[in-house]
Design a protein around this ligand. Structure first.
Ligand code: NAG
Ligand code: NAG
Ligand code: NAG
Ligand code: NAG
Ligand code: NAG
Ligand code: NAG
Ligand code: NAG
Length: 591
């Protein structure tokens, strides 16, 4: 070395240099993916069926990135219907253009491609992507998203010896097209045909319940080592209890929040939720062990044939897993699952996307500006169609995405009139949006008037889960809120006949989708948007992307895909004229 630096400067100087190279000077890195989406064949229960693969894989590839990286994904739709991927839990800061839901993006038509570009700004954690349209998630098309800590921010536990992503889901042999027809005709989904682990059927733990020759998932591990398991319920409508025979689950993270590290023998994972557990291989290897995902809160009459079972295989294992599956929790203990959910706490002293502790955002001290009590109801006939509602409104997706309509000032596509309480009036179909107060602090209470567990997901944000209980929420219920270490996440469950309260800091400009994760409830109308407009001109808000697809009343702005590719370097003169024309027409209509 040419310079003689004091020993204790090395770490600092080296870190500074690393920062200059990786972020300070070079900018945040880019990663590029080219993904073809197509039907492939799979037989999870021994019956051939068409599933949606990404790059020929089911589940799709894992998007493994680090805080603030830029992600570019060119998605080619080789299905026979329109397609969009949504990046569940990725906050798309000031950039709802990349959210991939019907209110923000025109669908990618069959045979077309479209390139997403977004930054995973200021967040860490375990999430997943999935197709957001037409019940397609029931056919697969999902995959994991990992957002790692930046090098400079320590993870609040020792580096695990391995990182394993698990997708658990209820599954039907019927296609997503048949299932959505059933829903529209009021038939309902019926009981699923089984539970999958990473797209695979169950291990034959019982010859009477599981047929021969079904491929199953094997997780290979080394004795004594500790693994991080990222478990996602990517299913259709069934809450699942996850557990591993003779092994503890140490909960460390959920949907981007580091949690207080606590041991659980099992965890209820509701549709759309994600958890990270550390699991230590501390058992003798006299045999393999069962990994189980079994349905929760389903009537025994409707209960499905078999739970999902995968195998944990120690490298020195002496033989196959044996004995009965580990016991599920008691179905009749109503509070078991709710108490478990309440026990999940934020580690307020751990850093995450930023070096300062997560708990330095004192959500409990912020004054609430708007309160919404959102009541969901089971499917009912609305104007002769089977529909579900939130506060008596069943969402109708207009053919022009809300965000595009807003951008081009197209009137009459949506109304900013979503009611903050259930209205005692007949249910109706509408495109009604929550008028968010920018920089406000919204309290939402979900009141579940259905007989099944529901989960609700908000795009663009992580919200604080501050309370849940059985019965009807009242103002007094606020006295039970956790105002200190409730976790910030993006999907929360609401038990039947119960409520869940969340708090949202409305600091992300855009049009953000709030929807039921249970696909049946979502498909039939449990969806609403939160519109957050920054009244000040904010030049950091991401502009309309150059490759935007146009549809609905704006479809005349769209060129054929072949032409688009050729002219993609600059917006064409033609478009400029058309945009001016639209502005003139809109101004005239407004008069
Ligand atoms: C993700 O990428 C990092 C490097 O950026 C690597 O260390 C890690 O093993 C990868 N994780 C998975 C699950 O592939
Ligand atoms: C479609 O893919 C091509 C490369 O295969 C790319 O050049 C083009 O920009 C993509 N189109 C869109 C709209 O993203
Ligand atoms: C190994 O562990 C199993 C389960 O805990 C136990 O039943 C068995 O007796 C143990 N065998 C040995 C050799 O320690
Ligand atoms: C089971 O079915 C009965 C009668 O249909 C219903 O009242 C009850 O809520 C159901 N239980 C669950 C857990 O879904
Ligand atoms: C919380 O995070 C800190 C790191 O900041 C870690 O040392 C501690 O063990 C964590 N606490 C719990 C209870 O998980
Ligand atoms: C929406 O809220 C803003 C204030 O945040 C208000 O100025 C505007 O009038 C509201 N719009 C409607 C349609 O209520
Ligand atoms: C649904 O709401 C009605 C009143 O609006 C109430 O009588 C009923 O008990 C509620 N049911 C559930 C399951 O919460």
């Amino acid at each position: 070395m040419l310079l003689r630096l004091p020993d204790d400067c090395w770490f600092f100087c080296f870190s500074l240099l690393l920062w200059l190279i990786t972020g300070g000077l070079a900018g945040d890195p880019f990663v590029f993916y080219d993904w073809t989406v197509s039907y492939i064949t799979a037989s999870p229960f021994g019956v051939k069926q068409q599933v949606i693969g990404i790059e020929g894989q089911f589940p799709g590839p894992i998007l493994n990135v680090t805080t603030n990286w830029n992600v570019v994904v060119n998605v080619k739709n080789n299905l026979d219907e329109p397609f969009l991927l949504t990046w569940n839990g990725i906050q798309q800061r000031k950039n709802s253009w990349q959210d991939g839901v019907s209110g923000t993006n025109c669908p990618i038509p069959a045979g077309w491609n479209w390139t997403y570009q977004f930054q995973v700004k200021d967040q860490i954690g375990s999430f997943f992507y999935f197709p957001s349209l037409g019940f397609q998630r029931a056919a697969g098309g999902y995959g994991g998203i990992i957002v790692n800590n930046r090098e400079v921010i320590p993870v609040p536990f020792a580096t695990p010896d391995g990182d394993i992503t698990l997708f658990i889901s209820d599954w039907y042999i019927k296609s997503h097209k048949e299932l959505r027809n059933d829903l529209e005709s009021g038939t309902g989904l019926g009981a699923p045909d089984g539970i999958l682990f990473n797209g695979l059927g169950p291990y034959q733990f019982d010859k009477a319940l599981v047929r021969d020759g079904i491929p199953y998932l094997i997780i290979n591990v080394e004795p004594g080592k500790t693994y991080r398991l990222r478990v996602h319920n990517v299913g259709i409508s069934t809450s699942l209890n996850f557990r591993i025979q003779n092994h503890n689950l140490v909960l460390v993270e959920t949907e981007g929040s580091y949690t207080v590290q606590q041991k659980y023998s099992n965890m209820d994972i509701h549709v759309g939720q994600s958890y990270s557990f550390l699991v230590t291989m501390d058992q003798n290897a006299s045999s393999d062990y069962y990994i189980v995902a079994s349905p929760r809160f389903v009537n025994s009459s409707a209960s499905i044939k078999a739970p999902g079972v995968a195998i944990l295989h120690y490298s020195n294992s002496q033989g196959p897993a044996s004995g009965p599956l580990p016991d599920p929790p008691n179905e009749y203990d109503t509070y078991y699952s709710m108490n478990q959910a309440r026990s999940i706490r934020w580690n307020v002293s751990a850093g995450a996307a930023r070096p300062n502790p997560q708990g330095s955002f004192r959500y409990g001290d912020i004054t609430v500006t708007d309160v919404y009590v959102i009541l969901n109801r089971p499917a009912e006939l609305v104007d002769g169609r089977w529909r579900t509602t939130l506060n008596g409104i069943s969402y109708i997706a207009p053919s022009t995405p809300l965000r595009l309509a807003q951008q081009f000032n197209v009137p009459g596509i949506f109304k900013l009139d979503f009611p903050n309480r259930f209205m005692n009036r007949p249910a109706k179909m509408d495109t009604s949006v929550i008028n968010g107060t920018f920089k406000g602090f919204i309290e939402i209470i979900f009141q579940n008037n259905d007989t099944s567990v529901q989960s609700y997901h908000l795009d663009g944000y992580a919200f604080f889960v501050v309370g849940m209980d059985y019965g009807v929420w009242t103002e007094n219920s606020r006295s039970t809120y956790n105002k200190w270490d409730g976790v910030a996440r993006c999907t929360t469950q609401v038990f039947p006949g119960a409520w869940t309260a969340i708090l949202i800091s409305v600091d992300n400009a855009g049009m953000w989708n709030l929807h039921a994760q249970n696909l049946d409830s979502w498909y039939l109308g449990q969806e609403v948007y939160l519109n957050a407009v920054n009244p000040e001109n904010d030049n950091t808000e991401v502009q309309l992307p150059e490759n935007t697809i146009y549809c609905g009343v704006l479809s005349f702005l769209q060129k054929e895909q072949a032409q688009r590719v050729r002219f993609s370097a600059a917006p064409s003169f033609d478009n400029t004229i058309k945009i001016v024309l639209v502005a003139i027409i809109v101004a005239l209509l407004g008069l």
